[in-house]
Design a protein around this ligand. Structure first.
Ligand code: SIN
Length: 480
């Protein structure tokens, strides 16, 4: 199935070596739970040793020029692009997303490497007007040191490069713990990092029990910066763990994205965007829509057109052509959705019959649309993380803004309007880190990704993304 079987690694990549252990974790395909392979289950002692090696290696990496680091990172970028088919296949096998989406994610992942290779060359200090004539004041920026990251299963490649590329470009080393469900994409990226010539100890991939390995990654004194993408609940715990050694922390956490369609919207555009923003990756992204607010005047038109498009989505194995929604990552994830669904139905929501329903077995769940949804239902307040769309009617702008902002989350929000005054008014009032206006697709490497409120801290991608891996040092020179 792979053109280059060397990409399928069942060992950890530590200090430039492939390391195996007797104790292993078994990785399965979410399609049918068949075994794909095993990865090592490392101990805390293994991780501590890797951190020390990453610390020793980092000094030399920081000492070469940003241009020299960019050359190596650009080789990594080219190798990722050249292996897009195999990387996509590995991702679909372990994560389940349709192959076309998996390959799209590989290009997305590669784009962070290319972007940050160049951004590394644009790390600027500044001069500051002195307060005393005999002083000269300036700042320089330096790599923060050894970094660690825990990355999620929903984007097995892009969430790694979005953290590792700025770290490496800045002159840091990094230890990545990929999600236990999807380690093979991470290990394939490590194989390509090795081929690209990233020196030993600079990019490391560890595998094993998340709780056990999370402790050294968040508490080891040699680690200066920790980055996490995942749920708000887990993020809170990891943030607390980082407090003991005062680590710089980036957290990209849960969302509860509203999608508002005003009565002056282009409805056809809103419908197409709604399908993308809700059902991308089977609804398993933190920027996926959680709540649709549709103005009363356009509600029926929107619903009819939306249901027609959702009714065409096909659920199946991501390796099969024409699949739009692959299996969910685990059965447990579906059980969680069922609890939200049952609560909503018990409180008066109605589920539409779409006509494309298949037997829901294993990790498969059909796309669903719920109408007559209201604020008393848990599904409005909790992240669904699956292919269930909830529709709520509204009458006026202030009312919908209050509802949209009535959440602890503030990651992404979307709205559709052709009134320029409303566009700015609503964009300024929505409490979210990212706003899609007349679009449902907002993610790319050049824009700052990140939330407000309990959706996280820091920005990834863009020119801001490298700042988290740098420290600002102030120089005060007395020239008298
Ligand atoms: C995520 O769900 O964590 C990332 C989504 C994206 O980059 O678009």
């Amino acid at each position: 199935m792979l053109n280059n079987t060397a990409l399928f690694r069942q060992a950890c990549y530590l200090n430039g070596q492939w390391v195996d252990t007797e104790l292993c974790l078994t990785i399965t395909n979410p399609v049918d739970q068949s075994v794909l392979g095993t990865v090592p289950s490392l101990t805390v002692a293994d991780v501590n040793r890797t951190i020390e090696q990453a610390h020793a290696a980092q000094t030399d990496w920081a000492a070469i020029t940003a241009k020299a680091r960019a050359k190596i990172l650009n080789r990594w970028f080219a190798l990722i692009e050249a292996n897009v088919d195999d990387l996509g296949t590995i991702m679909t096998l372990e994560q389940g997303k349709p192959l076309i989406e998996a390959k799209g994610e590989i290009h997305y992942a590669a784009s962070f490497v290319e972007w940050f290779a160049e951004e590394g060359k644009r790390v600027y200090g500044e001069t500051i007007a002195q307060t005393v004539n005999t002083n000269r004041l300036s700042t320089i920026k330096q790599p923060i040191g050894v970094c660690s990251a825990i990355t999620p299963w929903n984007f097995p490649a892009a969430m790694i490069t979005r953290k590792a590329a700025p770290a490496l470009a800045a002159g840091c080393s990094i230890i990545i713990k990929p999600a236990s469900e999807t380690p093979f994409t991470a290990l394939a990226l490590a194989e390509l990092a090795d081929q690209a010539g990233i020196p030993a100890g600079i990019f490391n991939v560890i595998t094993g029990d998340a709780r056990t390995l999370g402790a050294p990654l968040t508490q080891h004194p040699l680690i200066s910066k920790f980055s996490f993408t995942g749920s708000t609940q887990v993020g809170r715990t990891l943030y607390e763990q980082c407090a003991s050694t005062i680590k710089k922390t980036s957290l990209e956490l849960g969302g509860n994205a509203p999608f508002i369609v005003f009565d002056d919207a282009d409805i056809d555009k809103a419908v197409t965007s709604a399908v993308q923003a809700k059902f991308r990756n089977g609804g398993q992204t933190c920027v996926c829509v959680n709540r649709f607010y549709i103005h009363d005047a356009v509600y029926e038109e929107f619903l009819e057109k939306f249901a027609a498009q959702v009714g065409k989505l096909r659920v199946g194995n991501g390796l099969e052509q024409n699949t739009d929604i692959g299996p969910m990552i685990t059965r447990r994830a579906i059980d969680g959705m069922q609890v939200l669904l049952d609560d909503a139905l018990a409180k008066g929501a109605r589920q539409l019959v779409l006509g494309n329903e298949v037997a829901e077995q294993g990790n498969y769940i059909n796309p669903k649309i719920l109408v007559d949804v209201n604020d008393t239902m848990d599904i409005v307040h909790e992240e669904i993380f699956g292919p269930i769309a909830t529709l709520i009617r509204f009458q006026d702008e202030d009312e919908v803004l209050a509802q949209a902002n009535n959440t602890i989350f503030g990651l992404a929000a979307y709205f559709f309007s052709q009134d320029i005054g409303r566009v700015y008014r609503v964009a300024e009032k929505l409490e979210s880190g990212m706003i899609g206006i007349n679009t449902g697709m907002i993610s790319n490497e050049v824009a700052p990704f990140g939330g407000v409120k309990q959706s996280g801290l820091g920005k990834e991608g863009s020119r801001y993304g490298i700042e988290d891996y740098l420290t600002v040092k102030y120089l005060c020179v007395d020239i008298a």
